[in-house]
Write a protein that binds this ligand. Structure first.
Ligand code: CA
Length: 472
């Protein structure tokens, strides 16, 4: 499959009520971020997927723009989400590992020094809802409602069981191990609830209901599905859509992606029904590349997978619509990154907002309207601290520093699969890009908490990890 293949879009015109359209132009745009978890680059129709139909997700690309070089700032869940929610390279504040589920630990998550997108949008009178996977800390001080969100429906851990009957823990302190975090009952704000639906369907339902409740004010919905992250679990409703697939990972994965696609369909339908589609920015992306070996995902021609600084780990399915400003049916090939979502929305609010920190994303709108024909970014950087793996992208070139010593250089325009290492032939470029990387590294700090790989070490240092501590 060639990522550059232009997919012809049959565009159905969307009819809007003109009065409400006029009214919407005077108000701040709504924002919905649909974040899939561990979705492969080639597993959506707009990137050429053949065996899993995603007609609703594809509509976002058809109604707006599909990014062929859309990146995230890290190759696994936690750090990538920390970047997305702050608009900053997460390495700037030491969120460079996947956090452990540690309900007693106020350091294990997004540091309180950071502002989230919800914090910023509050300044512009948005109502904000976080749905699904939080993963920014399980301590009470790191709860979504303490991080700018008005509402929350989901779980605090890095993954979850999908069948509600498997959610048996009433309290995180009933957990005995890291992965018990997957079994906690869902939270509605601070209250444990008994969900009855398949998780993906429950999250879609909550998004739709929030749109309905907030139709008269600007809103931000962070719709962070945990699908299609492991454990691979799907209901018959979705499995039965793939009778031609043999039983196994790919089939269950396909069913899980199909459930997300249905959810996107419900969200789009509700926006259209309420005449809100015109002035709502919807972004769809995955938090990292597909872990092909574990969930049956497919990153297509890209090398590597989740956990890698090769393209398969960091280049994700990425599309955005905003009919009021972005022309439909576009393909944008220049590199952009998840950090840009933050910068884009805060540039659009009718009440200006002010950030406390320097942000790393850019407002994409002038690039999408062709008001600015330059590249949004001269450089993009990645760091996997423990592995000492780094990557820097500049124009078509990408340099990888592997294990802190071995350099590789690829021309992504000619070699999207990163097969032809040019580092010996272009030693000068390698040394320039190494210097650029060094300069960037001077702005980042070491990780501030232990990660998933340190579970045993963490337990040893924190024997009371799952014991409820009484307030002092
Ligand atoms: Ca993920």
């Amino acid at each position: 499959m060639n990522l550059k293949t232009i997919i012809p879009f049959a565009l159905a015109p969307i009819i809007f009520n003109s009065a409400s359209q006029a009214q919407q132009k005077t108000t701040s745009p709504n924002l919905i971020i649909v974040l899939a978890d561990d979705l492969g680059n080639a597993d959506v129709g707009f990137n050429g997927c053949k065996d899993i139909p995603t007609p609703n997700i594809d509509r976002i690309a058809q109604n707006g723009v599909r990014f062929t070089s859309g990146y995230v700032s890290y190759c696994v869940c936690g750090p990538s989400r920390a970047g997305l929610l702050t608009g900053r390279y997460q390495d700037r504040f030491g969120f460079s590992r996947n956090p452990l589920f540690a309900p007693n630990d106020p350091q294990m998550g997004l540091p309180l020094s950071e502002e989230t997108l919800a914090d910023l949008l509050k300044q512009a009178n948005y109502k904000s809802l976080a749905i699904g996977k939080w993963h920014m800390g399980a301590h009470e001080t790191l709860h979504p409602l303490k991080r700018g969100f008005d509402d929350f429906y989901g779980f605090l851990s890095g993954g979850h069981q999908y069948f509600p009957e498997l959610l048996t823990l009433n309290d995180p302190f009933e957990a005995k191990s890291q992965f018990d975090g997957y079994k906690t009952k869902l939270l509605r704000n601070y209250e444990r609830v008994d969900e009855k639906e398949y998780l993906t369907d429950a999250f879609s339902r909550e998004a739709v209901s929030y749109i309905e409740k907030n139709k008269d004010n600007p809103f931000f919905i962070y719709l962070a599905y945990n699908a299609p992250h492991a454990p691979l679990q799907a209901t018959e409703k979705y499995l039965s859509r793939f009778p031609q697939m043999k039983e196994g990972k790919r089939k269950t994965y396909a069913a899980m992606v199909s459930a997300v696609d249905d959810g996107v369909g419900l969200v789009l339908a509700k926006l259209e029904e309420l005449n809100l589609a015109e002035n709502t920015i919807i972004v769809f992306l995955s938090d990292n590349g597909g872990p092909e070996n574990s969930n049956g995902s497919d990153n297509g021609v890209l090398r590597g997978q989740k956990g890698d600084v090769f393209e398969g780990g960091i280049r994700v399915p990425f599309a955005m619509q905003w009919p009021a400003k972005i022309k439909a049916g576009q393909t944008f090939d220049k590199p952009i990154i998840s950090l840009d979502i933050f910068a884009t929305i805060i540039a659009q609010t009718k009440t200006p907002v002010r950030t406390k920190h320097e942000i790393d994303g850019v407002n994409l709108i002038p690039f999408l309207t062709r008001e600015n024909t330059n590249a949004p970014h001269d450089f993009l950087f990645w760091r996997k601290f423990d592995a000492k793996d780094y990557a820097v992208r500049n124009g078509d070139e990408k340099m990888i520093l592997k294990g802190g010593s071995e350099t590789q250089l690829f021309d992504l325009e000619k070699d999207i699969s990163e097969q032809n290492n040019l580092s010996s032939a272009k030693a000068e470029r390698v040394s320039q890009l190494s210097a650029d990387l060094k300069k960037w590294e001077s702005k980042v700090i070491d990780p501030i908490f232990m990660g998933l790989g340190d579970d045993d070490k963490y337990n040893e240092a924190n024997p009371a990890r799952f014991k409820k501590q009484t307030k002092k």
